[in-house]
Design a protein around this ligand. Structure first.
Ligand code: HXC
Ligand code: NAP
Length: 298
């Protein structure tokens, strides 16, 4: 019999959209040099998009651009830009327009995060996360929104949040506040800028292992002790291609009537955490005969 925890047809399914589905679109991916940004950007390139990857570390971006180019034979534009600084965002946008003629899509993916009891945080530590995640996403959305409205371009914003943007989470409170703010911005702009043809959506991923996230959220042996896959009904973490498929759909014209939506991709993780009786999965099948007798006789 197939083991449902190791057989993973969806993760092995590969790319979802048809060839050239993103042809002619120029896409900016913030935080595009590493982790999930790199995975989504690579798939956008494979689908024919022009790609701009941006973050603070130019050397990392250049290395990633070289890898992407050798994989896809398509040119990638790496631009250093700290999303906390509006003038750098404006400058990055101008460079992207000069290189490709126009920009169609913004993927707000850059983030900062680490686990900590909140009372141990300095005010500066709290602000550091809010500045990258909320202010950074706001800066990029503002610069792109002004440009699209001026140029009458039907732009598209995709924000990467998390499931705790709507549930909240202990021990990552600054990130939780910031992602909650990005989710509110997603829904607000979807309505306000919809009349300009600009769509704004979000993805709330569950656990998708990356170096950046795992080093800061599950350092040392915490990754073994606090194994994320046990929190997921499907008993596995996400595959980067699964997220890339969803992101590509949402930035493509195939999702043209989706606006103001947040799509969760977490294998059911947050619902398992929320359900009062979810822990009953620990009860072995053999015990249910006795439990049934007890509940029937009540
Ligand atoms: C307590 C900390 C800290 C820590 C930094 N600080 N790390 N406090 N615990 N682990 C404090 C510092 O002492 C300082 O406060 C303030 O935070 C700012 O620190 P800097 O190092 O100056 O900040 P900066 O250079 O801006 O770096 C930001 C960073 C860093 C977030 C701290 O880790 C970073 O660059 N991260 C980017 C990548 C990242 O985080 N990726 C993970 C995303 S994962 P004082 O008071 O001393 O000045 C994610 C997943 C969500 O979001 C859901 C997963 C399931
Ligand atoms: P990651 O590899 O650490 O990515 C974070 C990126 O943000 C890095 O490339 C970093 O590059 C960039 N960045 C940080 N501060 C920046 C700044 N001030 N200006 C510009 N760029 C900045 O982590 P990841 O796991 O791929 O996370 C990507 C996104 O997915 C994040 O939004 C995260 O919250 C979200 N997410 C991840 C998971 C998961 O399980 N991995 C789950 C839910 C949500 P530089 O250091 O070069 O600036």
């Amino acid at each position: 019999m197939t083991d449902p925890t190791t057989s993973n047809d969806s993760a092995n399914a590969g790319g979802m959209l048809k060839e050239n589905a993103l042809k002619g679109k120029t896409i900016i991916v913030t935080g595009g040099g590493t982790g999930l940004g790199k995975a989504m950007g690579t798939y956008f390139l494979q689908l024919g998009a022009n790609l701009v990857i941006t973050s603070r570390k130019l050397d990392v971006l250049q290395q990633t651009a070289a890898e992407m180019e050798s994989e896809t034979q398509v040119k990638v534009l790496p631009i250093a830009c700290d999303v906390r600084k509006y003038d750098e965002v404006e400058n990055m946008l101008q460079q992207a327009i000069e290189a490709f003629g126009r920009v169609d899509v913004l993927l707000n993916n850059a983030a900062g995060n680490f686990i900590s009891p909140t009372e141990r945080l300095s005010a500066n530590a709290f602000s550091a996360i809010i500045d990258i995640v909320l202010k950074g996403s706001a800066n990029c959305s503002l610069a792109l929104g002004k440009y699209w409205i001026n140029e009458k371009i039907p732009g598209n914003i995709l924000n990467i949040v998390t499931t705790y943007a709507f549930t909240g989470s202990a021990y990552v409170v600054p990130s939780s506040c910031a992602k909650g703010g990005v989710l509110a911005m997603t829904r607000s702009l979807a309505v306000e800028w919809g009349r300009h043809g600009i769509r704004t959506n979000a993805i709330a991923p569950g656990p998708f292992p990356t170096k950046g996230a795992w080093e800061r959220l599950l350092p040392g042996d915490m990754a073994q002790k606090f194994d994320f896959k046990n929190r997921v009904p499907l008993k596995r973490v996400g595959e980067h291609q699964e997220l890339a498929n969803l992101a590509a759909f949402l930035v493509s014209d195939f999702s043209g009537y989706i606006n103001g939506e947040v799509i969760t991709i977490d294998g059911g993780e947050w619902l398992q955490g929320a359900g009062q009786f979810s822990a009953l999965e620990m009860i072995p099948d053999a015990m249910w005969d006795n439990i049934e007798k007890a509940t029937r006789s009540a």
